[in-house]
Design a protein around this ligand. Structure first.
Ligand SMILES: [Fe+2]
Length: 391
């Protein structure tokens, strides 16, 4: 057997957990509920009923599909075109847009740089992170197209977030502020075809939740996206009809609603060997603005803690501390392993407030006192004293 064939066999023999579902779906088939925002807006007296259905679906699955206009469809095609041109450039070219000191928050991010929070292997992907103040555009056409798409996506996110506010019966951030996009992030992602050298167990995008309020995700150029069901075990392929875009809920919404909406876990699994092609996607992270307070809404707290004992309520609400959008992002940059050198004092504060939920293993090793206070000899003495006092 040739070396290449041996390697190919190894690729096929990946454990079932990381193998893509081989299912193909009929055209027009959707594994999540579909909505049309224009129809909701024009529903007159039925609007509230439609908003209810939209919110219920997003709450249940964490994922919904939304119809997009033909203009938006053209924009998405354009984005994939300019992305492809960029990602096919030689690495030295792309590296001109890589700024490691910016901790992955702007510009090109090469492979092996991002590991999903708490995971062992880095994702098999490269990306361009377009932050709100982005200026290092690779070329004028990339800038024109991505800016146009970002504007259209901001408008759609503002609409979706205003529907969510209506669903909750709350005044949240002004849609015009959301539309202006002070904190939205956009990621152009490229997943190359896999090779036999890729570590077994590594995924195109390992299981993770999104940091933001809602994510807008056009159908990628190849399948692989899966959402995790509420049982925390089962995975569902996410496929939507042509002309629809995916929306999923993230950590900001989970925090603001004290867990009523999910920070839904999802991943991009690897292709089977006979469908091993590259994949592109463009992800728009719709966010409230940086100073926005993510403390949970009282109305949600009431619903989510109804029937709980005072002790259970206290423990449950400990997950939802007072935190701003900016702090939520700061903690995520640490979780993703971009910021490996936070000061111990700041890290300690973020951890104590429950903001760093999945720290990278290296960070836990580096700051044992922060993550395992009981390893502090003084703490151990105190614990021992406590035990003796009780005895
Ligand atoms: Fe994601």
């Amino acid at each position: 057997m040739t070396a290449a064939l041996t390697a190919r066999t190894e690729f096929v023999a990946q454990p079932p957990l990381v193998s893509k579902s081989a299912k193909t779906y009929p055209t027009g088939f959707s594994t999540i509920q579909c909505f049309d925002f224009d129809a909701i807006d024009n529903a007159g007296f039925d609007r509230a009923h439609h908003i209810q259905k939209f919110g219920d679906a997003l709450k249940a699955d964490g994922f919904v599909a939304v119809k997009v206009t033909p203009v938006m469809q053209e924009l998405i095609k354009d984005v994939y075109r300019v992305q492809e041109e960029f990602f096919k450039l030689p690495l030295e070219e792309k590296d001109r847009y890589y700024f490691p000191e910016k901790l992955g928050q702007t510009g090109y991010v090469p492979e092996k740089r991002e590991t999903a929070a708490g995971k062992k292997f880095s994702d098999i992907k490269e990306l361009v992170m377009v932050d709100p103040g982005f200026t290092t555009w690779p070329n004028a056409e990339f800038e024109r197209v991505v800016k146009a798409y970002r504007e259209a996506a901001s408008e759609m996110a503002a609409k979706a977030m205003s529907f969510i506010a209506d669903y909750l019966g709350e005044n949240l951030e002004d849609p015009e502020t959301i539309k202006s996009g002070p904190s939205h992030l956009l990621r152009c992602l490229y997943y190359r075809a896999l090779t036999p050298l890729d570590p077994i167990g590594a995924l195109r995008a390992d299981a993770h939740g999104d940091l933001n309020c809602i994510t807008l995700l056009p159908t990628a150029t190849a399948p692989g996206l899966q959402l995790q069901e509420k049982d925390g075990i089962t995975w569902r392929d996410v496929t939507v009809p042509e002309g629809y875009m995916i929306i999923n809920s993230g950590r900001q919404l989970w925090r603001k609603t004290s867990g009523m909406f999910r920070e839904v876990i999802h991943r991009v699994v690897n292709p089977d060997a006979d469908q091993n092609v590259e994949r592109m996607s463009v992800v728009f992270f719709g966010s409230w603005s940086s100073p926005f307070d993510l403390s949970p809404l009282e109305s949600c707290v009431k619903k989510m803690t109804r029937g709980m004992s005072p002790e259970d309520k206290k423990n449950y609400l400990a997950q939802f501390p007072k935190v701003t959008v900016a702090e939520n992002l700061e903690a995520r940059v640490i979780e993703l392993g971009y910021n490996t050198n936070p000061t111990e004092e700041r890290l300690n504060e973020l951890v104590k407030r429950g903001l760093v939920l999945d720290p990278p293993a290296e960070l836990v090793k580096k700051y044992p006192k922060v993550f395992n206070p009981s390893e502090d000899p003084l703490d151990q003495v105190l614990t021992l004293r406590e035990a003796l006092n009780k005895a």
